[in-house]
Write a protein that binds this ligand. Structure first.
Ligand SMILES: Cc1cc2nc3c(=O)[nH]c(=O)nc-3n(C[C@H](O)[C@H](O)[C@H](O)COP(=O)(O)OP(=O)(O)OC[C@H]3O[C@@H](n4cnc5c(N)ncnc54)[C@H](O)[C@@H]3O)c2cc1C
Length: 495
């Protein structure tokens, strides 16, 4: 079946879904829900999957984009969780999404505030991480081992480091996805290719063991979807549909710096947070040249918003930590944008919380299976566990061996930027520019008009927000978004 998602397919499948009973209804189309739709559809089950907004509207687009090997869990003695993370990283890097996920180097600068004993402890941890890599069967050429580098090499990789007192740096490698929202789009389209009905702008109003009451957010029409099993994959919003799931979210903020900031680093950084043991801020250079700096961990007060805001206090905190290792601090006016995502913590009562950001939870209530927590890295495993719980008689999951749309390790005859984002489909995106040279015109950050048209025709983009905030990430910087809006509207008007 075709993997293309667009307004025409949505309208057709919305009509069809009212007249059938599907095997599985998945609610929420972040990484977990899209993964569950793919897992179920590829087992041969009939699937409908709905999202109140868009693919990757929630937390899945606000991550640090690390596809990580679980080292931090080893430090806490959680060997099983660490191994699961390393195994899923290997699956993404080598089999399911080699076009979207690649290895990235990170430096931990050895400044005067990092003692030799601390450096030795961190290096021992990196070596354990390397052992996890080996245990998960990911070869060294795919993900190199750790090493210590000289101050000269550290400065060559991150030119903005403060040279004074620098004893060198520890160099380690981990996985990184080119864009978390694009990973979700690829998973959802692969599910669609297996026959799943992927329905965005459809809000579940209530769930029961045999389906959901749903509202088409574009028309206001309400209708029922009947299903033999229901999976609630609505992330931090899960408790709104299943009240027995009580969550207390915590906010993680990232800054967005413009391309060229920090002297154009060729590696990311782990920056020790002053006064804390074993907690680091991250400097994350992106494929589009921008640099993200994260990450805070603050309890969210009040209701869960659709789009969380990054408060000034978080911005100031991250700038302070970053400044502790730079020759010249980054000034507030150099911060082009900021974004925040919410981690779900399960409210265990008595003021206690259970952190499910490491190991996910699969909970059953009133016939509905809720899957919550975990990581982008482990979305596939979470999806498998959720479908196993919801459909105990289904055949086993196949997704560990199922390449996502665009996955390829062969050479593709297209510019690198396109191949990193579209994989094998990059040539088809380029063909659009050949057919109509006006589509080769860049919109922002090297994104062309052809990519916007592609997103409308094949990636389910229905409005300018879908195009600018999720199919591309132009919208992370408000001025870039405003400049690109006319191009997005043009792509929607004449797809
Ligand atoms: C700040 C931060 C950084 C992170 N960094 C990383 C990282 O670097 N690497 C990593 O592996 N993991 C990371 N994570 C974890 C990872 O991002 C999450 O585990 C993952 O994205 C959760 O995906 P999800 O599909 O469960 O939820 P979400 O992505 O939030 O999806 C839930 C979806 O449900 C929809 N929805 C809500 N209510 C309804 C309704 N009533 N009807 C229909 N749809 C509804 C929403 O619109 C949304 O699209 C990070 C998390 C945070 C908070």
């Amino acid at each position: 079946m075709n993997s293309s998602l667009n307004a025409g397919r949505r309208a057709r499948e919305l009509r069809e879904v009212r007249d059938v009973v599907v095997d599985v209804l998945v609610v929420g189309l972040g990484a977990t829900g899209a993964g569950a739709a793919l897992d179920a559809a590829s087992r041969g089950l009939s699937v409908a999957a709905v999202d109140a907004h868009d693919l990757a509207f929630g937390t899945s687009r606000w991550s640090s984009k690390l596809i990580h090997g679980g080292l931090r869990y080893l430090a806490k003695g959680q060997v099983g969780v660490a191994h699961e993370s390393a195994a899923e990283r290997g699956i993404l890097l080598r089999r399911t999404a080699p076009h979207l996920v690649s290895a990235q180097p990170y430096l931990l600068p050895l400044t005067p505030s990092v003692t030799p004993a601390q450096a030795a402890t961190v290096m021992a941890g990196y070596r354990l991480g390397d052992a996890l890599r080996a245990g998960a069967g990911t070869p060294r050429p795919t993900l190199p081992g750790p090493s210590r580098v000289t101050p000269e090499r550290a400065l060559a990789l991150v030119p903005s480091l403060r040279p004074y007192g620098l004893r060198g740096a520890l160099l380690s490698w981990d996985g990184r996805v080119v864009d978390d929202a694009r990973l979700v789009v690829a998973v959802a389209r692969t599910a669609a290719a297996h026959g799943a009905r992927i329905l965005t702008r459809c809000r579940a109003l209530s769930l029961s063991e045999d389906g959901a009451q749903v509202r088409d957010e574009l028309t206001g029409a309400e209708f029922g979807i009947r299903a033999r099993a229901v999976v609630n994959a609505t992330g931090v919003w899960a408790g709104q549909l299943v009240p027995s799931v009580r969550l207390r979210p915590s906010r993680g903020t990232h800054l967005v710096l413009r391309p060229g900031a920090l002297g154009g680093p060729r590696a990311g950084m782990h920056v020790p947070i002053p006064g804390e043991r074993n907690r680091f801020a991250l400097v994350l250079p992106q494929a589009d040249g921008r640099i993200y700096v994260g990450l805070t961990d603050e309890p969210l007060e009040g209701a869960v918003p659709d789009v969380p805001e990054a408060p000034e206090a978080d911005v100031a905190f991250l700038l302070d930590v970053l400044g502790s290792v730079l020759a010249e601090p980054v000034r507030r006016e150099e911060v082009a944008g900021a974004f925040a995502g919410l981690r779900p913590l399960i409210d265990a009562g008595d003021g206690r919380t259970a952190d499910v950001s490491r190991r996910h939870a699969v909970l059953r209530s009133g016939g509905v299976v809720t899957v919550v927590g975990g990581k982008l890295t482990t979305y596939r495993r979470m999806a498998e566990d959720a479908v196993d719980a919801a459909c105990p008689h289904a055949r086993p999951s196949r997704t560990a061996r199922l390449p996502l749309v665009g996955a390829t390790t062969s050479a593709v005859n297209a510019p690198r930027r396109l191949v990193e984002r579209y994989g094998a489909e990059a040539e088809a995106v380029q063909d659009l520019m050949r057919e109509d040279p006006a589509l080769a015109e860049p919109v922002a950050l090297g994104v062309t008009r052809a990519e916007l048209v592609w997103a409308v025709r094949h990636e389910g983009a229905l409005d300018a927000g879908d195009l600018l905030d999720r199919r591309t990430r132009i919208g992370l910087v408000p001025e870039d978004r405003a400049a690109a809006l006319p191009a997005a509207e043009a792509a929607l008007a004449a797809p």
